[in-house]
Write a protein that binds this ligand. Structure first.
Ligand code: ZN
Length: 95
């Protein structure tokens, strides 16, 4: 696992963060954060940990996005078509 991914694992083991928090803490692009999270989700079990995801949610109608089907930030809500989307947040806990 690369250093940047291990840093993400360390940060999320201490506190819940969203992709913007992580991108600022690590000085990387938000879209890179999402690809790292996707990889971490597939591999974290080896460290006897798991990634918990609070999914993106539409602030207009309350629709919750399937967290593991789409990692990057959705542009708009498929139900009400509005673009007020709350960030997903992430936490890593021991299994
Ligand atoms: Zn909506």
């Amino acid at each position: 696992m690369s250093t940047i991914r291990q840093k993400i694992v360390d940060l999320l083991s201490e506190q819940e963060m969203n992709a913007r928090d992580l991108s600022q803490s690590l000085s990387i692009m938000e879209k890179e954060v999402y690809s790292h999270l996707e990889h971490i989700d597939r591999t974290i079990a080896r460290q006897k940990k798991k990634l918990l995801v609070v999914p993106f949610e539409c602030l207009s109608c309350g629709f919750k996005f399937d967290a593991r089907k789409k990692w990057s930030k959705p542009g708009r809500c498929p139900v009400c078509k509005k673009g007020h989307i709350r960030q997903a947040s992430y936490r890593i806990v021991p299994v």
